[in-house]
Design a protein around this ligand. Sequence first.
Ligand SMILES: [Cu+2]
Length: 280
Amino acid sequence: MLVLKRLVAFVVTYVTVFIGGAALAASGQPEPWQLGLQQGATPVMDNIIWFHNCLLWVIVAITLFVLALLIVVAVKFNAKSNPVPSRTTHNTTIEVIWTVVPVLILVMIAVPSFRLLFFQLNTPPADVTVKATGKQWFWSYSYPDSKFEFDSLMVQTKDLKPGQPRLLAVDNEIVVPVNKVVRILTTGADVIHSFAIPAFGIKIDAIPGRVNETWFKAEREGMYYGQCSELCGKDHAFMPIAVRVVSDTEYTAWLDQAKKKYATDDSVRPTAVAAADGAH
Ligand SMILES: [Cu+2]
């Protein structure tokens, strides 16, 4: 009886945590006790989640079917219940079935799989381009259309402000407008890094000497976090990615201010030029 009570308590706790975790997973970062994927914030991630859930049912059905066959074999055809084994060998019908059926299942899986792959890999015309350069061990982001670049470093645990997640918050986050196509270009300055944001369904290597491209269209405002996902050395775990998705007006305001703050073109940063002149 006690065992049953404990079992019920366990199941209730588990279900509560699971449902709670699913709700929290919408916050653009991993949550304690989270099961499954983070809630999607882009059409690509919504598709990935849908495909993942479909495959889960397919694989559950196949596994149960194989398990049932194994049980039948073990029970009906063991040495005790079937002392004189049949000498039957080869059955064309069944051999054709167990070849054709798996092929059909794979073809059925391949169709949505390839459709999703092309959806991910064809970047639609972009509204904003952000270039992410992986460095040991932080990210630099540049907005080539607006000619500025800045570094993004992890906030140390002791410096965290309320609401900032440990190991994920950064000093300067990427800011992008909501419902706009953002093209991400990645490259590495030293070794291979990987730019990944689970809620956006993107993960792409940042390789020295070449530029990779991916894209996302965030459909909800908020903070979204990711991490470098290619082992790149000692502080690989401490170079998070943070993206703030904001409204169009907030984005324009941020862009104006960022152009001055992070300007790489000296002509748009008169104070810096004046200061440099003064030093001569
Ligand atoms: Cu890394």
